[in-house]
Design a binder for this molecule. Structure first.
Ligand SMILES: Cc1cc2nc3c(=O)[nH]c(=O)nc-3n(C[C@H](O)[C@H](O)[C@H](O)COP(=O)(O)O)c2cc1C
Length: 397
């Protein structure tokens, strides 16, 4: 990001103090950071600390004649390569969605011809309020990018989504936007890792998926500038940088998370989702001592996420890709699966004993589309990701 110019708009929320750290993180990465502090923002952080960290004058008021003669508000909004709003308050989001321009921050946001990244931060009820949901959807369809909010304990004691993303996460996201890759305006959903289906409070049905393939694909997409929602079951690899992470445990949770993340241009279902869940999950740990015989587990079928998204009438991604883990008759089973689910491509991989794919570093994939089947040689999961992304790029252009 060396030399990139970022205009940071700091709204009036508790998380404003974290914007100070964000200035440092952006500057460490080589950005020149100019700032605008809202009137409410001044209740939380001082212009003095911001200017000390940014080594730039803080822009405060719309009607500041000296400033207009030095640098007008239009020029200020255009001279940046990227505008970041952090914390993005419910109020700023509402102004942006409704075209208000009644203070410096909202006027800069309306006058800009550059990309805008919002890092929302607010109480969970404010975030979930129908008006904020509406404003969020309007802004997404206007092309505004979002990072977070993250889920967690809030300053007010509530728990849920509303915490501002970490300064490093925001800086990563800014970096991926500034990189201006060929997938810059694309939203991609990736599911990754295993799912766990509870038997009782301590036991579960799971599988050996590590999340490495999903993570490699998400990283490759981020490198090309895509906006990635990474929905991950409890895998063992680190989450990729620069993505929006949504953590889930069960197939039902993954199903809901995918629906919430839509719309997207591309959806890649890499997760090894359990086909079945336990029908009657025991509330207490099943005890060996109280039983004469081994317990019988009654299974119920999980919702089929790939099939559901492939058959959506509204919001169906332009490209839906499923991964098929097969241990026998790989190509035949994967071709049947593609037709049955209605997805565009299936990446079939051999997970038979000894293949080392589940939990390993390499993968051997056959990519099956309506027209043909490509058999790729065994390669690292990173290279599988690169090759898949090349195909996606060609397909979308
Ligand atoms: C102590 C306190 C904390 C607040 N925290 C937030 C917050 O985290 N997010 C938010 O959207 N609004 C928060 N508000 C409300 C905003 O400050 C208020 O909506 C204000 O008008 C926002 O102005 P701005 O969007 O121009 O910065 C808070 C208010 C107070 C008094």
């Amino acid at each position: 990001m060396l030399g990139s110019r970022v205009l940071l708009i700091i709204g009036g929320g508790i998380a404003a103090y974290r914007a100070l750290e964000l200035i440092r993180r952006l500057r460490e990465r080589g950005c020149v950071v100019s700032t605008c502090l809202t009137r409410s923002g001044r209740e939380f952080v001082t212009p003095l600390s911001i200017s000390a960290l940014s080594e730039q004058k803080v822009h405060l008021d719309l009607f500041d004649l000296t400033e207009e003669s030095e640098m007008g508000h239009i020029e200020l909004s255009r001279s940046a390569d990227l505008i970041i709003v952090a914390p993005g308050t419910a109020d700023i989001m509402s102004k942006m969605a409704n075209g208000a321009a009644n203070d410096l921050a909202s006027t800069l946001l309306m006058a800009t011809d550059k990309q805008i990244l919002v890092a929302p931060a607010m109480n969970v009820r404010m975030w979930n309020h129908p008006s904020t949901r509406r404003n969020h959807d309007i802004l997404v369809s206007d092309g505004v990018k979002f990072i977070g909010p993250n889920e967690g304990k809030m300053a007010c004691g509530d728990y849920g989504p509303g915490r501002m993303s970490e300064p490093d996460e925001i800086a990563d996201k800014a970096e991926s936007i500034l990189r201006q890759g060929p997938l810059n305006s694309i939203h991609a959903i990736i599911t990754s890792g295993p799912t766990y289906e509870a038997i009782d409070p301590v036991r579960f049905i799971g599988n050996r998926s590590s999340g490495a393939q999903g993570s490699a694909i998400a990283s490759a997409l981020v490198r090309l500038g895509a906006d990635v929602t990474f929905i991950s079951g409890p895998g063992t690899v680190n989450y990729p940088d620069g993505v929006k992470v949504v953590t889930v445990e069960t197939a039902d949770e993954m199903f809901s998370a995918v629906n919430e993340a839509l719309p997207a241009e591309v959806a890649i279902f890499v997760a090894a989702v359990s086909d079945w869940k336990i029908e009657n999950v025991q509330r207490q740990k099943i005890k060996k001592s109280s039983r004469q015989t081994a317990p019988t587990l009654v299974l119920a079928e999980n919702k089929d996420i790939l099939s559901h998204v492939s058959n959506l009438k509204q919001n169906r991604p332009k490209l839906v890709i499923g991964f098929a883990a097969e241990s026998e008759n790989i190509l035949e089973n994967a071709r049947t699966k593609r037709l049955k689910k209605g997805c565009d491509w299936i990446a079939a991989n051999d997970v038979s004993v000894g293949s080392g794919v589940m939990g390993g570093n390499c993968n051997k994939v056959s990519l099956i589309s309506e027209m043909n089947t490509e058999n790729w040689p065994k390669m690292s999961k990173e290279n599988v990701a690169k090759r898949l992304i090349e195909k996606i790029l060609k397909h979308l252009n």
